[in-house]
Design a protein around this ligand. Structure first.
Ligand SMILES: CC(C)(COP(=O)([O-])OP(=O)([O-])OC[C@H]1O[C@@H](n2cnc3c(N)ncnc32)[C@H](O)[C@@H]1OP(=O)([O-])[O-])[C@@H](O)C(=O)NCCC(=O)NCCSC(=O)C[C@@](C)(O)CC(=O)[O-]
Length: 417
């Protein structure tokens, strides 16, 4: 099986996909696509003191000393992979379902534990292999996630029925969050003793996060970027000791609610590389505000590649605030990314990013990926039913077009003679 980093995207994928959009990257003047803004050029001239030592060493070893003024010609000599991911094939995409965590965390109305568990149990039957199930954060910061301990206990005691192995992921903002999670896991495993079969079908993993701008870091985690990176160190150390897989997030990678759309791709690359070097198994680069556009997504991905970061270590996490999530997904796909985050029914928003709408809907993402000949293993019809059900439960509109269209088609097929 070939490594995803070695295989070009299936022929004409981008052309086929972007023909659906009125303005696509390939129709843009090449100067827009290839002449990156000043921070892109900074790759060639940025004083090494602006980068972490680890990243600086990486740039020095992986980039030619004098780079051309465009990023077009930038090819790292080596791409270093930290991936613990099973090898992916070029036409397989792993979808990370973030609905039960990212999707629900911002809902104002209290959601019952029963509904949260039903959501997870239904998602487990769709073929999805990673589900964000909650977060170990103080209830005063994110009240909706207060029942995460009970969710973890339930999933360990009664693993949801599923045709495949599932990783349940929990967000931890600091070491205290992980310590709470580990305490619960160990108590459950001691109580279950040798009779437990939960490990056979479920795995527990964590996510930690940092932001690419100081203002967002302060609002979201009450600390500077540098302090948030320092918080990561003991989290990764404890997770590795306990054999727990670690996912990193870099928030506001394509736009910040406080500092605007011009977030430095170099800063994103620096933080991503640092998280990987600290031991994260994959990093999800997040467009928290949905401000990302196709050219800026491409520029960011090229900067990450130029920094020596392997595509197999990256995931992309798009919010759909400006309706650009699928366009940006295709840019990511074309670049070689094969892990994408999404939330059923387009649930979500971010408590620290006013006006940000949900993640791209899983149904829309899966429909698009399947239409391009990619495989996800996900049952779109079942996902569409879940999107409709959870939207009704929450009293909100179903934000998935593909979900609604799929359900309408099924209903039409039933009524047609
Ligand atoms: C990081 C903190 C905790 C700092 O918050 P703080 O108030 O500075 O924390 P502190 O260390 O000063 O502690 C204050 C109190 O909280 C307790 N505490 C401390 N930690 C925990 C914990 N883990 N679990 C339970 N309790 C905890 C601690 O023990 C203490 O209790 P007290 O002594 O007052 O009784 C806070 O800022 C926080 O929780 N931030 C997270 C906010 C959040 O969850 N945001 C949303 C998730 S990020 C996101 O959605 C983006 C993402 C990932 O989806 C990607 C994207 O789209 O960008």
């Amino acid at each position: 099986m070939q490594d995803v980093d070695e295989i070009p995207t299936p022929p004409r994928l981008l052309w086929l996909a972007l023909s659906a959009f009125p303005l696509h990257p390939l129709s843009l003047p090449s100067t827009v696509l290839h002449n990156c803004p000043p921070h892109g050029h900074a790759l060639t001239g940025l004083p090494i003191s602006h980068l972490s030592q680890a990243t600086a060493t990486m740039y020095q070893s992986s980039l030619p000393r004098l780079l051309p003024r465009t990023l077009r010609a930038v090819r790292p000599r080596t791409t270093r992979s930290f991936s613990t991911e099973a090898r992916l094939t070029a036409d397989h995409v792993r979808v990370v379902e973030v609905g039960p965590r990212d999707g629900l965390q911002n809902e104002k109305k209290s959601i019952s534990l029963k509904t949260k568990i039903e959501l997870i149990e239904r998602l487990a039957k769709t073929g999805v292999t990673t589900i964000e199930a909650g977060s170990f954060v103080p209830a005063k910061w994110v009240p909706q996630m207060a029942s995460t301990s009970e969710i973890l206990q339930h999933l360990l005691r009664t693993p949801p029925q599923s045709g495949n192995q599932i990783s349940y992921n929990y967000l931890v903002p600091n070491i205290k969050g992980l310590e709470n999670l580990v305490k619960l896991m160990e108590a459950e495993s001691a109580a279950a003793g040798a009779n437990s079969d939960s490990e056979a079908t479920t795995t527990t993993e964590i996510s930690l996060f940092a932001a690419a701008t100081e203002a967002f870091s302060k609002a979201n985690t009450n600390c500077t970027i540098a302090e948030s990176i320092e918080r990561v160190r003991p989290i990764v150390a404890l997770a590795k000791e306990k054999d727990i897989r670690v996912r990193g997030y870099v928030s506001v990678a394509l736009g910040c609610p406080y500092e605007g759309p011009d977030v430095s791709p170099l800063k994103v690359a620096e933080i991503t590389a640092t998280l990987l070097e600290m031991g994260a198994d994959e990093v999800s680069v997040a467009d928290t505000t949905g401000m990302g556009t196709a050219p800026r997504t491409l520029e960011l991905l090229r900067t990450l590649t130029a920094a020596g970061i392997a595509n197999s270590d990256l995931a992309l996490h798009f919010h759909d605030t400006y309706g650009q999530a699928l366009v940006n997904t295709i840019v990511g796909l074309e670049h070689g990314i094969r892990i994408f985050d999404s939330s059923v029914g387009g649930l979500g928003g971010c408590p620290y990013s006013k006006g940000a709408t949900g993640n791209v809907a899983t149904e829309d993402l899966v429909h698009t990926l399947h239409s391009l000949g990619m495989h996800t293993g996900i049952d779109l019809e079942e996902m569409a039913r879940i999107g409709s059900w959870i939207s009704d439960e929450l009293g909100r509109a179903n934000d998935s077009r593909a979900g609604k269209a799929t359900l309408a088609r099924i209903a039409g097929e039933k009524t047609c003679p």
